[in-house]
Design a protein around this ligand. Structure first.
Ligand code: SF4
Length: 64
């Protein structure tokens, strides 16, 4: 499973990193999110799916 964040959509709400803190990191410059690793380890996949569904900007996409 891979995860991507569309930086043009991300508004830095931080929701994804609250739901999956080990999978998303926030930029110290503009607060936008990016995956810690594009390839998601198995133990983080459920949290990443939840984060993708919770993103208000639909900025997170997943490739199963
Ligand atoms: S929840 Fe969506 S908009 Fe908010 S920081 Fe994460 S990717 Fe960006």
């Amino acid at each position: 499973m891979k995860v991507f964040v569309d930086s043009t959509r991300c508004q830095g709400h931080t929701l994804c990193s609250m739901i999956a803190p080990d999978a998303f990191q926030l930029s110290e410059i503009d607060g936008t999110s990016s995956p810690v690793s594009e390839v998601v380890p198995p133990e983080l996949q459920d949290a990443v799916r939840e984060a993708a569904q919770s993103c208000p900007e639909q900025a997170i996409s997943i490739e199963e």
